[in-house]
Design a protein around this ligand. Structure first.
Ligand code: NOJ
Ligand code: CA
Length: 714
C-alpha cells in the first residue's frame, strides 16, 4: 500500500444495519462460484490445466462474459499469469448503510457478497501469492488483484495486465478514443466491431493529444447487449497505479486491459502489500438505473477526513467565460509589444464587481483565472518553471481583493493552472498553501493543460495518479478543497477524499465557446459514462447561447437551449457548480437566473423518472435538509414530451412550482434563447406535461406551500 494511505486516519461514518462476514475456507479445488445478494449476478472463477486464472460472469442466467483471463505480467520476474494452484478461498457478505459527506443521496447502501481466491505458485522454492478479490452487488461486479505482505514478490514492476472482458456478442458501445493524456472528446455510438478511434480523434485533435491506435478506447465505456441490458466498464479506487484503457479485438467482442505506460515502458512500480484498483462491470436491465448505481462509490475506502465541516457544497461565479469567448485575456503582458494588454480579465475592478455580484445573489465562491504571473508563455510545453502560484499581476491587488471578499462573506477560489509542469507545481505548493491560509481561500481549481513534466509521463499514468492523490491528501490536511481539470477521470475517490469534490476530466461546456462544440446529445451521455466515476465541473448556465453576440465573425454556439442549461444543474451532479456565464448576461435575464440561485448542489435523494443514453434524461432530486424538489429534464436533438405525475411529493400536500421550459418556438440551433417561466401549484397526483424543444430541456422547482421560504419562491 502506498505511503499516502498508510498515513491516513480512517473515519467511518457508518450506519450499520447488518454486518456479518462469513468465512468459508476451501482447499484442493480449481474452481469456485458465488452470487450477488439477490442471486441475479454470478461469478465463476477457475484455473485451466496450466494453472491460468479465468472468470465467467452471468447475469439473470445469461452468460455475459465467458472465459476471460486474469493475471499480471512483470518486468524481469516470472509473470503472474499461470502455474497457479488455489490455496484458499474466502467468502463474505457486507450489508451496511453509510453517510455521505455530500452527494446525490444522504445515505448509501452497500450490500455485497465477496469471494477472495488466494493463488499460490512455487518459484525456485518460494511460495508466490496472488489474491484476487471479487465482489458482487445486485447491480455490478468489482474485482482486484492484491499482493499480500507475505506474497514473496518484494518490489516489482508491472508491464502488463492480462484482465479481459470477453463478451458473447457484438455489443452496442458508447465510446471515446484512447488517449493517455486527454478525455475531452465527444462520445460515439457503434458496435464493438465498428469502433474506429482514430477517425473521431483526428476530428477533434489538439496538439497535445496522442491517439494510440484505432481500437483503443477509454473508460467509463457503456455497453448494451441484444437483450437490452446495459453494462458499463470502468474502475474504482484508482490509486498508485495507471489508468486502465480498453483494447478492442473487433472480430471477437473481446476487450483486453491496457495500462498507461511511462517512457520506459513500465506501467506500475509496486511492492508486497499493494493492490490494483477494482475492475468494474456495472449491470442494469434498464438504462435509468445506471444513474443511481453506487457500486463504484462503495468500492472506495471511507473518508480520511475526520472533520469535514470545511467542505461546503455551493455554487460559484468567475472571471472565466470572458476569457474563453475572447473578451478578455489571462495574460497581463503583451510580450510582442512589451506592454500591458488592454483587456486583462483579472483586474481589481473586475474582481470586486464579481465579489459584489456573488454577495448580492448568494454565491459563496468566486473563481478568478489569470490572477497570477506566468500566462504569457503558458503554452510553452518544454519549459519547466512558468507559473508563480503566489505572485499576482500588478493590476490584481491581492490584499485589497481578499479583504474585500472577506468583508462580503465571499471566498475566492484560487486558480492553479500548471500547464503540465507538475514537478514545478509540487515544489511551489507549500508557499501557495500558506498564502491561501493567510487570505482564507477555501481551495483551488487546478489544471493540467499540455504535456506533463516529468517528461514522458502521461496524465493517466501512475506518476500522475500518485500526484493527484498527494495533492488531495495535502489539501485535506490543510482543510482545502480541490477541483481538477485535465486530470485522470474519477473512479469514486471522492468518497475517500470528499475535499477533492469535483473534476472536469471530460469535454466540458467550454468547448462550445471556441470549437465545433458538444453535440446536443453530449449531456445525455455523460451521466451514463464519465459521471459514473464522480462529479463533473461541467460549468453550465450559459444564457447567451450564440457567440456572434460578441463579434460578428464568431460562429460558435452552445448546442442547447437556454432552458436546457438550467436543467443541467440537476442532471449533471457536482457539489460545486459554476454559474458560468458573464454576470452582465445574468443581469440582463434575471428571471431564468432565479433557478440557478435556487438550485442546491447537495441532495437528500435522487430519483430517475426515465432516461436513455444519447436521447434524454429526466430526473428529480430532493434538496438536502429540505422538502424542496428540483427537476432536470434534457433531450438530444429530438423534440420530446415530458409527462409525469410528481408522485415523489408528499401526498395531498400542495406545492408551489416554477417551471422553466423551452419557448414554444425554441430550437437549440435556430432559436435557443426562447424560454417560458410558469408559476402554479400542484399536488402529487396531478400530471405535468411539457414539451422539450430539439436540443432543449426543462427545470422545475417544487416547494411546499406551507414551508414557503422568503426569497426562494414567490
Ligand atoms: C482548461 C480548463 O478546462 C479551463 O477551465 C481553464 O480556464 C483553462 N484550461 C485555463 O486554465
Ligand atoms: Ca479542459
Amino acid at each position: 500500500m502506498n505511503s499516502i494511505i498508510k498515513e491516513g486516519k480512517y473515519f467511518l461514518k457508518c450506519i450499520c444495519i447488518f454486518l456479518p462476514t462469513i468465512f468459508i475456507f476451501s482447499k484442493n479445488v480449481s474452481a469456485s462460484s458465488f452470487t450477488s445478494p439477490n442471486k441475479v449476478l454470478e461469478i465463476k472463477f477457475y484455473l485451466d490445466e496450466e494453472g491460468r486464472p479465468y472468470y465467467d460472469f452471468k447475469a439473470e442466467g445469461f452468460e455475459i462474459i465467458k472465459k476471460a483471463r486474469l493475471g499480471i505480467n512483470l518486468f524481469n520476474q516470472t509473470n503472474l499469469d499461470s502455474g497457479f494452484v488455489i490455496d484458499t478461498i474466502l467468502f463474505g457478505e457486507v450489508n451496511q448503510l453509510w453517510a455521505n459527506v455530500w452527494g446525490e443521496e444522504r445515505n448509501v447502501k452497500d450490500h455485497h457478497n465477496s469471494m477472495t481466491v488466494v493463488l499460490r505458485k512455487n518459484i525456485s522454492g518460494l511460495n508466490k501469492l496472488l489474491h484476487i478479490e471479487f465482489r458482487l452487488y445486485n447491480d455490478g461486479l468489482g474485482f482486484r488483484y492484491l499482493f499480500p505482505k507475505n506474497g514473496n514478490h518484494g518490489f516489482f514492476i508491472v508491464t502488463d495486465e492480462l484482465t479481459e472482458f470477453i463478451f458473447n456478442e457484438d455489443l452496442e458501445c458508447w465510446w471515446m478514443p484512447g488517449d493517455f493524456d486527454s478525455n475531452e472528446y465527444p462520445y460515439t455510438k457503434s458496435k464493438l466491431s465498428q469502433i474506429n478511434a482514430i477517425t473521431i480523434g483526428e476530428e477533434t485533435k489538439l496538439d497535445f493529444r496522442h491517439l494510440i491506435n484505432d481500437s483503443l478506447i477509454q473508460t467509463p465505456t457503456l455497453l448494451r447487449n441484444s437483450h437490452g441490458a446495459f453494462m458499463a466498464i470502468h474502475e474504482a479506487a484508482l490509486r498508485h497505479y495507471p489508468a486502465m484503457f480498453l483494447q478492442i479485438d473487433r472480430s471477437k467482442s473481446k476487450i483486453q486491459t491496457r495500462l498507461v505506460p511511462n517512457s520506459l515502458g513500465h506501467c506500475a512500480y509496486l511492492q508486497d502489500g499493494d493492490q490494483t484498483p477494482w475492475r468494474v462491470v456495472l449491470y442494469s436491465r434498464q438504462a435509468k438505473d445506471l444513474l443511481t448505481n453506487r457500486v463504484i462509490l462503495n468500492l472506495n475506502d471511507p473518508s480520511i477526513i475526520p472533520n469535514s465541516d470545511f467542505i461546503k457544497p455551493g455554487k460559484y461565479i468567475g472571471i472565466w467565460w470572458e476569457m474563453h469567448i475572447g473578451k478578455s485575456s489571462w495574460n497581463y503582458w503583451n510580450s510582442n509589444k512589451n506592454e500591458a494588454v488592454a483587456n486583462h480579465g483579472a483586474n481589481t475592478k473586475n474582481v470586486l464587481r464579481h465579489i459584489d455580484f456573488a454577495a448580492k445573489h448568494g454565491f459563496p465562491y468566486v473563481l478568478v483565472e489569470g490572477w497570477n504571473k506566468g500566462w504569457e508563455e503558458w503554452y510553452n510545453v518544454w519549459k519547466e518553471s512558468i507559473f508563480s502560484f503566489t505572485e499576482s499581476y500588478p493590476d490584481f491587488d491581492l490584499k485589497l481583493i481578499s479583504d474585500y471578499a472577506k468583508s462580503k462573506n465571499v471566498q475566492l477560489i484560487m486558480h492553479h493552472e500548471t500547464s503540465g509542469a507538475v514537478t514545478d507545481y509540487e515544489r511551489k505548493l507549500d508557499s501557495s498553501i500558506a498564502q491561501m491560509h493567510q487570505y482564507d481561500y477555501p481551495g483551488i481549481k487546478g489544471g493540467y493543460v499540455g504535456k506533463i513534466i516529468p517528461r514522458g509521463e502521461h496524465h493517466d499514468g501512475q506518476w500522475m495518479v500518485d500526484h493527484y492523490e498527494r495533492l488531495a491528501y495535502k489539501m485535506a490536511q490543510n482543510n482545502l478543497t480541490l477541483n481538477l481539470h485535465e486530470s485522470v477521470r474519477p473512479t469514486g475517490l471522492h468518497r475517500t477524499y470528499p475535499n477533492w469534490w469535483t473534476n472536469e476530466a471530460a469535454r466540458g461546456n467550454e468547448f462550445n465557446a471556441w470549437s465545433k462544440g458538444n453535440p446536443p446529445e453530449h449531456e445525455t451521455i455523460l451521466p451514463f459514462t464519465r459521471l459514473l466515476g464522480g462529479p463533473m465541473d461541467y460549468t453550465p448556465g450559459i444564457f447567451q447561447i450564440k457567440m456572434n453576440h460578441y463579434g460578428p465573425n464568431k460562429k460558435e454556439q452552445v448546442h442547447t437551449t437556454l432552458a436546457k442549461q438550467l436543467a443541467l444543474y440537476v442532471t449533471m451532479f457536482s457539489p460545486l457548480q459554476m454559474a458560468a456565464d458573464l454576470i452582465e448576461n445574468y443581469e440582463k435575464m434575471p428571471d431564468p437566473f432565479q433557478f440557478i440561485k435556487a438550485v442546491p448542489t447537495d441532495w437528500d435523494s435522487t430519483l430517475i423518472l426515465d432516461a436513455f443514453p444519447g436521447d434524454f434524461i429526466y430526473m428529480v432530486r430532493k434538496a438536502k435538509n429540505s422538502e424542496e424538489w428540483f427537476l432536470g429534464a434534457i433531450t438530444d436533438e429530438e423534440e420530446r414530451i415530458l409527462e409525469f405525475e410528481p408522485s415523489f411529493l408528499i401526498p395531498n400536500s400542495k406545492y408551489n412550482i416554477i417551471i422553466y421550459r423551452d419557448g414554444d418556438d425554441a430550437h437549440w440551433e435556430s432559436n435557443p434563447m426562447s424560454y417560458k417561466i410558469e408559476k402554479s401549484t400542484i399536488r402529487s397526483k396531478e400530471k405535468i406535461k411539457i414539451r422539450l424543444a430539439p436540443g432543449g430541456g426543462c427545470a422545475i422547482h417544487f416547494a411546499p406551500v406551507a414551508q414557503k421560504r422568503k426569497g426562494r419562491i414567490n
